[in-house]
Design a protein around this ligand. Structure first.
Ligand SMILES: CC(=O)SCCNC(=O)CCNC(=O)[C@H](O)C(C)(C)COP(=O)(O)OP(=O)(O)OC[C@H]1O[C@@H](n2cnc3c(N)ncnc32)[C@H](O)[C@@H]1OP(=O)(O)O
Length: 418
């Protein structure tokens, strides 16, 4: 049986996707063991793929792909700026066709295309932890669950002057979009929300949920004393109050000021009929416990990995971010796929225009492409990676110098699953 990687350009007419795109979507959902979506709903949902890239591995004579991948161009915050990213998702292989290299075939094709297009970084979130390092992806951000007991939570600071407004969730992209865009710049690793991810946030309706809409969603916007919208929270009822105290699950909380952050949490605490608020995708440095008279009211739960990054163009990726110290370090990067391979001088003598060029100088550190991806946003400590044998220190003290060079103003965080 011959296999061929094919690229599909999704089209839609009157809000309904073309037949190839719908067939692709059905194959992808089957690979992920998702519920069967009625054909009309699937054609409507797949219309959201317009503007994105679909890839499939096809066998002769079968219109449905045996492997799928979807990717799109987006922007990701990095320390001091942002970078263009190839966001990759929906890699699924038909259950009868696994371990024959089909994941490899679609992913290698996508990465080569992104590199040709000049996209410096590829990003994904993964269902499994052991899949993507072999393709040069390194773990670069973590989320942590947070559980707030609303009955013991008391805020240290008095209520701020401003206004809370409930939003019709349908108005979320226009009302909250500009806030999200400002807020995401505060954390490296935060992504632009696509139209699709706004829809999923607002309604819960997506192909993965079988297109079942969730009617329990609420959104609240905070505006400061001058009327400027500064933050929003979207939440759902996770557990109804019928059994006693209900539970609220935060789906997204974005705040551009300490005041908006505090007042949005105060709103959640004020909800009647609720005993706890849970946020599974909080960052690892939430200020919430510090806002409370009893920090134990906010219990941090398990952390979990979120973003995997693959550097496709070292000068463009490392030139896009800014650095807190002046330094010159030489990194030898091993990358069998070639994208990041080389010996690179990272020179931040000019803080505005860091220089990243190939060099023949002796390396200070040696590492592979996946480790480079882990270091990119400043979320992984090179000294720890050296202790783990993932980075070789060729010049004594170089891992510490690299740690100071790559340090970010805040921890990497991406609250958007994709
Ligand atoms: C970004 C995302 O979309 S994450 C979503 C991943 N998809 C899923 O979880 C859906 C269900 N699973 C699947 O569809 C498939 O099993 C996949 C996509 C995980 C793997 O697809 P396959 O076609 O079997 O992978 P392929 O044969 O190309 O293997 C590539 C490499 O990964 C390894 N690999 C594949 N699956 C696994 C696994 N579950 N655990 C560890 N290694 C694995 C293979 O051994 C191979 O390694 P090698 O090249 O170093 O020898």
């Amino acid at each position: 049986m011959t296999h061929e990687v094919r690229r599909i350009v999704p089209h839609a007419a009157e809000g309904v996707a073309d037949a190839d795109t719908v067939t692709w979507a059905r194959a992808m959902l089957a690979a992920f063991l998702r519920p069967r979506v009625p054909p009309g709903d699937l054609a409507r949902a797949a219309a959201d793929y317009v503007g994105q890239r679909l890839r499939g591995v096809y066998e002769t004579g079968d219109p449905a792909p045996v492997a799928t991948l979807r990717s799109w161009d987006t922007r990701m915050s990095v320390p001091g700026g942002e970078v263009a990213v190839d966001a990759v998702t929906s890699i699924g292989v038909r259950s009868t066709h696994r371990r024959r290299g089909l994941l490899r075939a679609v992913l290698v094709d996508d990465l080569a295309d992104a590199a040709r297009a000049g996209t410096p970084v590829a990003a994904l979130t993964s269902t499994q932890g052991a899949l993507y390092e072999r393709f040069g992806f390194g773990l670069a951000s973590w989320n942590r669950a947070l559980r707030l007991d609303t009955r013991t939570a008391t805020f240290r600071a008095p209520e701020a002057t401003g206004r809370l407004r409930t939003l019709d969730v349908a108005t979320l992209p226009s009302a909250a979009g500009p806030v999200q865009d400002r807020a995401r710049r505060r954390h490296p690793g935060s992504m632009d929300r696509t139209g699709m991810s706004w829809t999923a946030l607002m309604t819960g309706e997506n192909t993965f949920s079988g297109m079942t809409a969730d009617p329990h969603r609420h959104a609240v916007l905070w505006s400061d004393a001058t009327g400027r919208p500064d933050g929003y929270v979207v939440y759902r009822v996770a557990q109804d109050w019928a059994g006693g105290a209900g539970e609220i699950a935060v789906l997204d909380l974005q705040a551009t000021t300490p005041e908006s952050y505090r007042e949005l949490w105060r709103h959640l605490v004020s909800l009647d009929l609720v005993g706890a608020v849970i946020w599974n995708d909080a960052s690892t440095d939430e200020p919430l416990p510090w806002l409370l008279t009893d920090p134990r009211a906010a219990a941090a739960g398990a952390g979990r990995e979120m973003l995997w990054l693959r550097i496709l163009d070292v000068p463009a990726a490392f030139g896009a971010r800014r650095y807190p110290v002046t330094e010159q370090l030489v990194l030898a990067v091993a990358d069998p796929a070639g994208h990041a391979a080389g010996t690179w001088l990272l020179d931040t003598t000019d803080p505005v225009e860091p220089r990243v060029v190939t060099t023949t100088a002796e390396p200070d550190v040696a590492l592979d492409a996946a480790t480079l991806g882990s270091l990119y946003l400043g979320g992984a400590d090179p000294r720890v990676l050296a202790r783990a044998g993932r980075l070789e220190e060729r010049t004594p003290g170089a891992a510490g110098r690299l740690a100071r060079l790559l340090a970010a103003p805040s921890v990497p965080w991406n609250g958007i699953r994709f």
